[in-house]
Design a binder for this molecule. Sequence first.
Ligand code: HEC
Ligand code: HEC
Length: 311
Amino acid sequence: MASHKRIDEVTGAETTGHVWDGDLTELNKPLPRWWLYTFYACIVWAFGYWIVYPAWPTFNGYTKGWFGYSQRDQVAKDAAAAKAAQDKYRTAIAAMPIAEVKKNPELFEFARDGGAAIFGDNCAPCHGRGAQGAVGYPNLNDDDWLWGGDLESIETTITHGARSGDPKTHDTAMPRFGLDKILEPAQINDVANYVRSLSHLDVDAAAASRGSAIFADNCAACHGADAKGNTEIGAPNLTDAIWLYGNSQQAVVHSIETGRGGMMPAWGGRLDPVSIKMVTLYVHSLGGGKPEPKKEEGESEHKDEPHEAPK
Ligand code: HEC
Ligand code: HEC
C-alpha cells in the first residue's frame, strides 16, 4: 500500500499506485457519493421489502411478509367490490318496470353497457356483432320490426322467442303456399311480382297485376291490404326496402313457397330476468327502438293523416 499520495502529472488526479507496462498508471476514481448512497439505500429497501412483503420461496409455500399482501386476495377483493356495486344496480333493475329503468340515467347506462356484453355473448352469432343481421336474421338497428319495437314487445320476443317451442312463444307462421300446394307455381310467380312491385323493384307488369288479386285473397289477412305488415303475427312490411330473406324474384318466390318460419330461441330459461331487461334496453337503444304505445291505440294505420290532438 502506498504510504503517500501519488499524483498523475497529466490529469493532476490521484492514482492508485498500480502501474502497467512501466508508464500506464491507474487513476483513483471512486464511485460518486450519490451513487454509492443510492446503492446502500437499495440494499436497505430490499431487506425491508423481504420483511413486509412476500419474498422467498420456502418448502411449503413462501414467506408471507408482515403485511400478508397477496395479489390474488387483492383481485378477489376488487371483484367482490365490483360485484357488490353490480348487485346494487341489478337489485334496483329487478324491482322496476323496464320503462322506469330507461328513465333513470345511471341505471340505464349500466343496463345498456351490460346488455351490450350479454348481446355479444349470446346474440351476435345470429344477429351479428353490431346487430346488423343477415339473411334470415333481422337487423335490430333499423326501425322495422317483425314483432314490435317498443320495450315491452322486445322483452317479450327475447324472453319467449319466435316459433321456439316455448309455451308463450310468438307462434304464427306464414303458410307454405308452394310446398303445401295452396297456390300454383304460376300464381306464386305472379304474386311475387306483385309484392316486388310494392317496393318499386323491376317486375313483369302483367304478372304483377294478376298477382294483385291473389294477394288480396291469400296474403292481405296477415300482411294487410296495404301490405304494411302486422306485428301481432310477425308479418313483415312488404312495401319497404327492408327484406329479411332477400328481394330477388327467386328469393321472394322461395319465401312464398316455404313460408320461411324463422326461429328465434327463447332466452327466458337461459338468461335471468335482469339480464333480459338489460339486453332489451341495449337492443331498444340501437336506434330503432319505438316509444311505448300510447293510450289511444288503433291510430297506427292513419299515422300519416293529420288528426286533431285531444284537448
Ligand atoms: C339462433 C339464432 C338466434 C340467436 C342466438 C338470437 N336470435 Fe334473435 N332472432 C333470430 C331470428 C331468426 C329472428 C327472426 C324471427 C322471425 O322470423 O320472426 C330473431 C328475432 C329477434 C328479435 C325480433 C326482431 C323484430 O324485428 O321484431 C329480437 C328483438 C331479437 N331477435 C333479439 C335477440 C337477442 C337479444 C338475442 C340474444 C339474447 C337473440 N335475438 C339471439 C335468431 C336468433
Ligand atoms: C298467416 C299469416 C301469413 C299469410 C297468410 C302470408 N304471410 Fe307472408 N309472412 C308471414 C310471416 C309471419 C312472415 C315472416 C316469416 C319469418 O319471419 O320467417 C312472412 C314473410 C313473408 C315474406 C318475406 C319477407 C322478407 O322480408 O323477406 C314474403 C315475401 C311474404 N311473406 C309474402 C307473402 C305472400 C305473397 C303471401 C300470400 C300469398 C303471404 N306472405 C301470406 C305471414 C303470412
